[in-house]
Design a protein around this ligand. Structure first.
Ligand code: ADP
Ligand code: MG
Length: 328
C-alpha cells in the first residue's frame, strides 16, 4: 500500500505517462520564422510529437523564407516556375483566395513595397513618394496552374502575413495524426495554435496584448483546436520625426496602414484564414472588417481601436476587460 502511494506521488511529481489524471507534459522553445516559438503538449507522445513539430517548423521556414534563395518563395522571386507539393498548392491557392476576398487588402506580392520600408531587413526608412510609386508598379501577380506556380516578371512574393498561421495548422494536423497527444498550446511568436484539451479540461486562456502598453487588454477563453492570430501596428514599427510607421502596409497606398485599428485578433479553425485575415482586416479598418465578418462568418475576431475601445464578434468570450459585442 505504502509503495503504491509513493509510486503514485512520484508519477504525479514527474508527470510520467500512464498515471491517471496527469498526462506527460513536454515543452520546447525554438527560434524560427524570425520569432521565438514556445511549444507545450500533453499526452504519452508529447515529447516525441514536439520534436516532430520542431522539425516541421524548420522545414516550413526553409520553404517559406523570403530571404533564402533556395526556398520556394526565393525561387519564385528569381523568376523560376516551381512545381509544388499538394500542401504548398493549398497554401498558395488559399492565400490567393483570401487576397481576392479581402479586395486586395492582403497582397502576397507586396514585397517590393515592404522591402522599401526596410521591414524585412531592419534597415528602416521613409521612402520618397516616387520610390513608393515605382515599387507599387512592381507588384504583379502570383499564378497557379494546377501544381505549378510562377510570378509575373519582376514580381516578388512574401508570405510573411500568412506563414505562421499556416505553420500552426500544419502542426495541429501533425498532432492529430499521431493520436498520442491529448492537448497542445503552440505559441508561434504571438500566433497561437491550440490543440485538443488542457489536462484539467478547462478552457484555454489566451491573453490579448494591450497595443498601448505592456500588459493585457483582455483574455480569450476557448475550448478545442483553434488558430488565434493577432496583427498589430505595435508589433514592429519605427518612428521618424515623431511619426510611427508600422509593418503592415496598405497595398492601395504603399504606406503603413492607418485604419484606426491598433490590433486585430482573429480566431478561426484554419490558421491560414486567421493569419491572412488578421493582416487584411487591420488594413481594412473596423467598419469594413465587420462587414467582412457579417458576409463570411468563418471566423471570430477582437478589434482594438487606436482609442483603446475593444470590439468582439458575438461568438467570443472575453474576460478582464470591458468590450462591445458585435452582433449581426
Ligand atoms: P506578423 O509580423 O506578426 O506575422 P502579420 O501576419 O500581420 O504580422 O504579417 C505582417 C507581414 O506581412 C509584414 O512584415 C510584411 O512582410 C507582410 N505584409 C505587410 N502588409 C501586408 C499586406 N497588406 N498584405 C500581405 N502581406 C503584408
Ligand atoms: Mg497575418
Amino acid at each position: 500500500m505504502k509503495k503504491t502511494i509513493i509510486l503514485l506521488l512520484l508519477c504525479l511529481s514527474l508527470g510520467l505517462p500512464g498515471c491517471a489524471g496527469n498526462p506527460a507534459q513536454a515543452e520546447r522553445q525554438l527560434f524560427a520564422m524570425d520569432t521565438v516559438m514556445t511549444l507545450t503538449a500533453w499526452g504519452s507522445g508529447a515529447e516525441e510529437a514536439l520534436a516532430e513539430v520542431e522539425t516541421l517548423l524548420f522545414s516550413l521556414e526553409d520553404q517559406l523564407s523570403v530571404t533564402r534563395e533556395s526556398s520556394l518563395v526565393g525561387r519564385l522571386n528569381q523568376g523560376q516556375t516551381v512545381e509544388l507539393t499538394p500542401e504548398l498548392t493549398r497554401l498558395l491557392a488559399g492565400t490567393l483566395a483570401l487576397s481576392q476576398k479581402t479586395g486586395g487588402a492582403l497582397e502576397p506580392c507586396l514585397y517590393p513595397v515592404t522591402k522599401l520600408w526596410g521591414f524585412t531587413t531592419g534597415d528602416y526608412r521613409v521612402p520618397e513618394p516616387a520610390e513608393i510609386q515605382a515599387a507599387q508598379a512592381q507588384v504583379g501577380r502570383l499564378h497557379l496552374d494546377g501544381d505549378t506556380a510562377y510570378l509575373d516578371p519582376g514580381s516578388q512574393l512574401d508570405l510573411g502575413a500568412v506563414g505562421k498561421g499556416w505553420a500552426g495548422s500544419q502542426a495541429a494536423a501533425l498532432l492529430q495524426a499521431r493520436q498520442d497527444v491529448t492537448g497542445a498550446l503552440l505559441n508561434l511568436g504571438g500566433n497561437v495554435q491550440t490543440y485538443g484539451a488542457k489536462p484539467d479540461g478547462s478552457a484555454w486562456t489566451i491573453g490579448i496584448q494591450d497595443p498601448a502598453g505592456e500588459g493585457l487588454a483582455g483574455v480569450l477563453h476557448l475550448t478545442g483546436t483553434w488558430a488565434v492570430v493577432t496583427s498589430g501596428g505595435y508589433e514592429r514599427y519605427f518612428t521618424q520625426d515623431g511619426v510611427d510607421y508600422c509593418h503592415i502596409i496598405d497595398p492601395a497606398t504603399g504606406y503603413p496602414a492607418r485604419s484606426g485599428l491598433a490590433s486585430v485578433t482573429v480566431v478561426a479553425e484554419d490558421g491560414l484564414t486567421a493569419d491572412g485575415l488578421s493582416t487584411a482586416l487591420y488594413v481594412l479598418g473596423l467598419e469594413a472588417a465587420l462587414d467582412y465578418w457579417r458576409e463570411n462568418r468563418d471566423f471570430q475576431a477582437v478589434f482594438i481601436t487606436d482609442a483603446g475601445e475593444i470590439y468582439a464578434t458575438a461568438g467570443l468570450e472575453l474576460s478582464q476587460c470591458s468590450y462591445h459585442t458585435v452582433e449581426d
